[in-house]
Design a protein around this ligand. Structure first.
Ligand code: AMP
Length: 190
């Protein structure tokens, strides 16, 4: 099983590179942001709760997020592995993911850190907001999300280094070069 955590700040290219990874390796893809946006669109109770946090640039509480992830993971039958995109975002989520995979006799294969400078993230997210209409891609909310990333999510780099799974990827530049670096990192940990 190939379990890949694709990691990085908002706008670092996780979604774009995930598409290429799943095409090459035939794994399933979980984007927790996409799951939440689908719930909002369907106007479910979960969606209503999630919207409040997302519009404020804050994280959804860990316990809720971990339950959502577990349900999604259980929905995959005969899977070759999973790309985790946007999860984990906190230490508690990383602990929970490890426990969930261990219970299934698995582990995270590799954690890919896509590194992109802050000014470039800002430019990309503002552009995405204009093109896609994503309500949290506006300057004020982006600043909050980047602050949350630095405070709550970026400590996971050390967590995965300690777990022997971390691989650094320069996320700035040509998409094909970035993907080639990703493939090399996956192959080195497989
Ligand atoms: P994303 O599309 O990954 O940038 O996620 C958009 C928003 O969804 C985030 O700013 C959070 O409010 C929420 N979200 C997505 N994934 C998580 C997660 N693993 N933990 C908590 N909140 C999340």
């Amino acid at each position: 099983m190939l379990n890949i955590v694709i990691f990085g700040a908002p706008g670092s290219g996780k979604g774009t590179q995930s598409e290429r990874i799943l095409e090459k390796y035939g794994v399933n893809h979980i984007s927790t942001g996409d799951v939440l946006r689908a719930e909002i669109k369907a106007e479910t109770e979960l969606g209503k709760t999630a919207k409040g946090f997302i519009d404020q640039g804050q994280l959804i509480p860990d316990s809720l997020m971990i339950d959502i992830l577990a349900a999604k993971l259980d929905s995959f039958v005969g899977s070759k592995g999973v790309i985790f995109d946007g999860f984990p975002r906190t230490i508690a989520q990383a602990d929970a993911l490890k426990a969930m995979l261990n219970e299934r006799g698995q582990d995270v294969t590799v954690m890919l850190e896509l590194d992109v400078p802050e000014d470039e993230l800002m430019t990309r997210l503002i552009k995405r907001g204009i093109e896609s209409g994503r309500t949290d891609d506006n300057e004020e909310t982006i600043k909050k999300r980047l602050k949350v990333y630095h405070e709550q999510t970026s400590p996971l780099k050390e967590w995965y280094k300690n777990d022997g799974k971390h691989c650094y990827i320069n996320g700035l530049g040509d998409l094909d070069r970035i993907f080639a670096d990703i493939v090399a990192a996956i192959e080195s940990k497989k």
